[in-house]
Design a binder for this molecule. Structure first.
Ligand code: IPE
Ligand code: IPE
Ligand code: MG
Length: 233
C-alpha cells in the first residue's frame, strides 16, 4: 500500500448491537462477532506497520449504563481474549496495554488484564491497547488531581505525562465504525490533531480491507497542525 502509515490508530468499534439486532440475535452475539473482527484488524494493523492500535472496548458510560447481562457477556470475551488469543500476539513479538479504570471490574478480569500487560514482550514493535472502562473526562480529571496532590504545576506536558497514554504518541488517525459521527469520550486530549475517519459499516462487518481504506484516506490527508503546508504556501 502506498502513502504514509499512521504510527498510532484509535478505533471506536461501534455497531455490534445493531449488527446482531438486524439478524434477530442477542446483542452479545454481536459483541462476539465484533471481537473476531477486532482480532482480524489488529493482525492487519501489525502487518501494515502500525505500532499502536487502541481499541475502545468499554467506555465509562457503557459500564454505568449497559444491562448486567450485556456487561457479563463482554467480561466473558475479555476473559477469553486474555487467556487464549493474547498468547498468539506474544508469539508474534507483540504486546498489549490496558488504559482505563479497572477497579470496578470483576476481580479476575482486572487481574487477567493486568497480567496480560505485564507478560507482554519488552520493546514490542506492535502494541494492542485496550481502552476498558475508559473515558477521557475521568482520565483528565484524574491526571489533574494527581498533579495537584503532588503540588506540581499543571502544564500541557505535565498533564499529558499523567494520562494513561503517557508512554505512547498521540493517535494519528481515529476511526469510528457504525455510522455515528462523535467521539463518545475517546482520547479527547490525545486526539486534538488526529485525523478522523467515519464509516457506516457496522463493526462486525469491518474487514481488514475496510481498515486499509481508512489508512489510504489518511495517507491523502494534509496535516497542518495549525501551520501552512510547505507545498501550498
Ligand atoms: C459497540 O457496540 C461496543 C460496545 C459499546 C461495547 P454497541 O454495543 O454500542 O453497538 P450499537 O451501537 O448498539 O449497534
Ligand atoms: C462508544 O460506543 C464506546 C465503544 C465503542 C466502546 P457507544 O455506542 O457507547 O457510543 P454512543 O452511546 O453511541 O455515543
Ligand atoms: Mg453503540
Amino acid at each position: 500500500m502506498e502513502g504514509s502509515i499512521p504510527r498510532h490508530v484509535g478505533l471506536i468499534m461501534d455497531g455490534n448491537g445493531r449488527w446482531a439486532q438486524a439478524r434477530h440475535m442477542p446483542r452479545s452475539l454481536g459483541h462476539n462477532a465484533g471481537m473476531n473482527a477486532m482480532i482480524r484488524i489488529s493482525k492487519r494493523a501489525k502487518e501494515l506497520g502500525v505500532s499502536w492500535l487502541t481499541v475502545y472496548v468499554l467506555s465509562t458510560e457503557n459500564l454505568a449504563s449497559r444491562p448486567k447481562e450485556e456487561l457479563d457477556g463482554l467480561f466473558g470475551l475479555f476473559r477469553k481474549y486474555f487467556t487464549v488469543n493474547v498468547k498468539k500476539l506474544y508469539k508474534q513479538g507483540a504486546g498489549v496495554k490496558v488504559i482505563g479504570d479497572l477497579s470496578p471490574l470483576p476481580q479476575d478480569v482486572k487481574e487477567l488484564l493486568e497480567r496480560g500487560e505485564k507478560d507482554s514482550p519488552a520493546g514490542a514493535a506492535f502494541t494492542l491497547v485496550f481502552a476498558v472502562n475508559y473515558g477521557s473526562r475521568a482520565e483528565i480529571a484524574r491526571a489533574a488531581a494527581s498533579l495537584s496532590a503532588d503540588g506540581e504545576e499543571i502544564t500541557e506536558e505535565s498533564l499529558a505525562k499523567r494520562l494513561y497514554t503517557s508512554d505512547i504518541p498521540a493517535p494519528d488517525l481515529i476511526i469510528r465504525t457504525g455510522g455515528e459521527k462523535r467521539l463518545s469520550n475517546f482520547l479527547l486530549y490525545q486526539g486534538a490533531y488526529s485525523e478522523l475517519y467515519f464509516t457506516d459499516v457496522l463493526f462486525p462487518d469491518f474487514t481488514p480491507r475496510e481498515f486499509e481504506k481508512a489508512i489510504e484516506e489518511y495517507s491523502r490527508r494534509d496535516r497542518r497542525f495549525g501551520g501552512i503546508n510547505e507545498l501550498k504556501r
